[in-house]
Design a protein around this ligand. Structure first.
Ligand SMILES: *Cc1c(COP(=O)(O)O)cnc(C)c1O
Length: 393
């Protein structure tokens, strides 16, 4: 028992997620603070090298967000006015927003009803003369069939960019996420499996594109002058292009290096939490995450169930409110983008156009899940769900 969010006494609040930070992260931050160099410098270089080694990608470019990574990836693919990018409506708005930032047009393709990931068959049918890039999203940590999208991109002369904000550690038939697409964008936002507060990374096999990205991420300063942002740099610089301010700080990279060294342990705990949820939810009238094909692994970012009134008598929204009253935090991943005002109005989209994405949008509920979460908290969530679902709302 402890003091709850409103000061009342009761079981402690079970949050949806928290950053999993410990003493090692604290001392890594203190070391950077004491070094006198806070922004892009040696820690960023070391984090890029460690991340490239971790994924097996030839190049890793550290940025201040996954959003920045998606934007620069699309620009590196040459996306501009008139170009279409095929993407999932079941994602965070950043995925489609960055297509617009690049000057292109996002075109939504419905997801698979079971997995929530963009359907390769529907994607092939949506390719037009104006399509330039495929942008699938690895939903909740489940790979969005990247080998199918790679084959489609190659067959149709398209580029492949993956939104891997949810998918830092997954494999498909022995190939790691980060080594399949032309560009793979990862997020280190506070709630993600590896957190630096804000932060992101793009992996690519092209050193030319990686070099361009590093210049574009720092005002467009020439590679040579870029060193100005590192200790002992030359005073002169040259502007090659009107770049962006997308660089990662050493403060973030120091956190990232520690988190990366702990990732295997953190992922193992997510695996244990996942198994405990699966064992509990199997006895409830909820739809569990779809099983994976043999030879695939899942990054275990979110444990998301589907709350279908036809099965359990509850709407997702009513169950979410009831859980919040019981001190259990949940979230919706995601309200489909075509149901948001901007996308609906700008592109003339409406309910009914992407029925599978709408099914997830209406019914999905992400339960508390983070790498520092006690296993006992899963039991508390399951017991609460069991009690609530046994009674009509
Ligand atoms: C978190 C997230 C992003 C954006 O990541 P940032 O690092 O916050 O920019 C993009 N796509 C998806 C699917 C996400 O969940």
């Amino acid at each position: 028992m402890s003091t709850g969010p409103r000061g009342q006494t009761g079981p402690a609040f079970v949050p949806l997620a928290r950053p999993d930070m410990g003493d090692a992260e604290l001392s890594a931050l203190a070391e950077v603070m004491a070094s006198g160099w806070l922004t892009t410098g040696p820690k960023v270089k070391a984090f890029e090298a460690a991340f490239a080694q971790f994924t097996g990608a030839p190049e890793a470019v550290a940025l201040n967000s996954c959003t920045a990574g998606l934007h620069l990836s699309l620009l590196a693919c040459g996306v501009g006015p008139g170009d279409q990018v095929l993407t999932s409506p079941l994602t965070f708005c950043a995925t489609a927003n960055t297509v617009l930032h690049a000057g292109g047009t996002p075109v939504f393709v419905d997801v698979d009803r079971d997995t929530g990931t963009m359907d390769p068959g529907a994607t092939a049918a949506a390719v037009s003369e104006r399509t330039r890039v495929l942008l699938p999203v690895h939903y909740a940590g489940r790979p969005a069939d990247p080998l199918a999208f790679r084959a489609l991109a190659d067959a149709r002369g398209l580029r492949l960019v993956e939104d891997a904000a949810h998918c830092i550690d997954a494999r498909v038939d022995g190939r790691r996420i980060g080594t399949i697409a032309d560009f793979t964008a990862f997020s280190f936002y506070s709630t993600k499996n590896l957190a630096t507060g804000e932060g992101g990374m793009v992996t690519t096999a092209s050193s030319e594109d990686a070099d361009w990205m590093r210049v574009a991420a720092l005002h467009g300063l020439s590679r040579n002058a870029w060193a100005r942002y590192a200790p002992g740099a030359p005073a002169q610089y040259d502007v090659e292009m009107p770049g962006y301010k997308y660089n990662m700080m050493d403060l973030q990279a120091a956190l990232g290096l520690v988190q990366l060294s702990r990732l295997e342990q953190m992922q193992a705990h997510r695996e244990a939490l996942w198994a405990r949820y699966e064992a509990g939810v199997v006895g409830l009238p909820l739809v569990r995450p779809a099983p994976l094909p043999a030879g695939w692994t899942h990054a275990r970012h979110l444990y998301t169930v589907l709350v279908d009134p036809a099965h359990c008598g509850w709407t997702r929204d009513a169950l979410q409110v009831a859980l919040a009253r019981e001190g259990i935090g949940t979230s919706v991943h995601f309200r489909a983008l075509h149901l948001h005002t901007y996308y609906a109005q700008r592109f003339g989209l409406a309910r009914g156009m992407f029925p599978n994405a709408e099914y997830h949008s209406d019914h999905s509920l992400s339960l508390p899940f983070w790498s520092g979460m006690p296993l006992a908290d899963v039991d508390r969530v399951i017991e609460t769900l069991d009690r609530l679902l046994a009674a009509a709302p």
